[in-house]
Design a protein around this ligand. Structure first.
Ligand code: NAP
Length: 259
């Protein structure tokens, strides 16, 4: 029997990348996983993978940028299962034209709304269910850019993900007395479809050296399987071949002398 047998997990952005890998990993431990994203087809594919391995999944498509939709999905979970044990608050996006030269009020809104407001909607919809059972674990996918702002990610994304980090820590400050644990997950570069939005294309070779979605799925499973008295507040991971560090070395380390 898996550690998460009988538990209900809600994973947003479950049709691809980190969310998909997290959903598969949680289902492999016995959790029933509710899969959300805007497009139904990728969610159906995740569900099929989970079911083919003997797991349990339910597809609930929806746009996390709409608070009414988020509230409706949480209400559906409550009606169907009467509980929510794990939230993987992972849906997020970025835009190609992210530099100050091309950012517009509308595109800034999209990024802030799609990474920060949406994350808040998910938390406010989930907390009442978790408070009722006096327990639950939340894992929010922020980013390396949520700790260290960068041009690579852009100002709007960096700002939104800093907000997600702050959001998660304050959940622990207030909800620890209700047995609720919040973990903010801050990955560096992970080889997922979000990289297709990068202004400078990322090569296949570079993607192969990055953290992979399955590495993140494993971590999500580990955090969700911890006993209720353990809270992992923040997790930072990055590729060993960290392209930011490698680029820095080119400017800071003297070239090796030829023998
Ligand atoms: N890959 C990286 O290098 C990296 C690094 C740090 C942090 N992150 C964060 O990791 C999270 C997952 O991204 P990923 O890397 O796995 O990329 P991804 O494959 O593009 O996954 C993002 C998922 O979120 C869903 N989504 C986006 N906006 C949504 C919305 N408004 N409502 C519902 N679902 C929405 C997308 O599905 P639909 O389009 O069908 O809605 C997609 O499945 C994001 O929060 C991202 O910012 C990624």
């Amino acid at each position: 029997m898996g550690t998460l047998e009988g538990k209900i997990a809600w994973v947003t952005g479950a049709g691809s990348g980190i969310g998909q890998a997290g959903a598969i990993a949680l289902a492999s431990e016995g959790a029933t996983v509710v899969l959300t994203g805007r497009r139904k087809e990728p969610l159906d594919a995740t569900s099929a993978t989970i079911k083919a391995a003997g797991g349990k999944a339910v597809v609930k498509p929806g746009d996390m940028m709409k608070s009414s939709v988020v509230g409706r999905i949480a209400a559906d979970i409550d009606k169907r299962f009467g509980r929510l044990d794990i939230l993987v608050n992972n849906a997020g996006l970025n835009i190609g034209e992210r530099d100050w030269g091309r950012l517009t009020p509308e595109s800034a809104d999209t990024v802030i709304h799609g990474n920060l407001s949406s994350a808040f909607y998910c938390v406010t919809a989930s907390l009442p269910l978790m408070r009722r059972t006096k327990g639950g674990v939340m894992i929010h996918t922020a980013s390396w850019a949520g700790l260290w702002p960068s041009s690579l990610s852009g100002a709007a994304y960096s700002a939104a993900k800093h907000g997600v980090v702050a959001m998660s820590h304050v959940i622990n400050m207030e909800e620890c007395v209700n047995g609720i644990r919040s973990c903010v997950f801050c990955p560096g570069e992970v080889a997922t479809p979000i990289l297709d939005k990068r202004p400078i294309p990322v090569s296949k070779e570079d993607r192969a050296k990055m953290v992979q979605s399955e590495d993140c799925g494993d971590l999500i499973r580990y955090i969700a399987c911890l006993p209720p008295h353990v809270c992992i507040n923040e997790v930072v991971i990055s590729p060993t071949w960290n392209r930011g560090y490698v680029a820095q070395q080119q400017h800071t380390l003297a070239p090796k002398k030829k023998k």
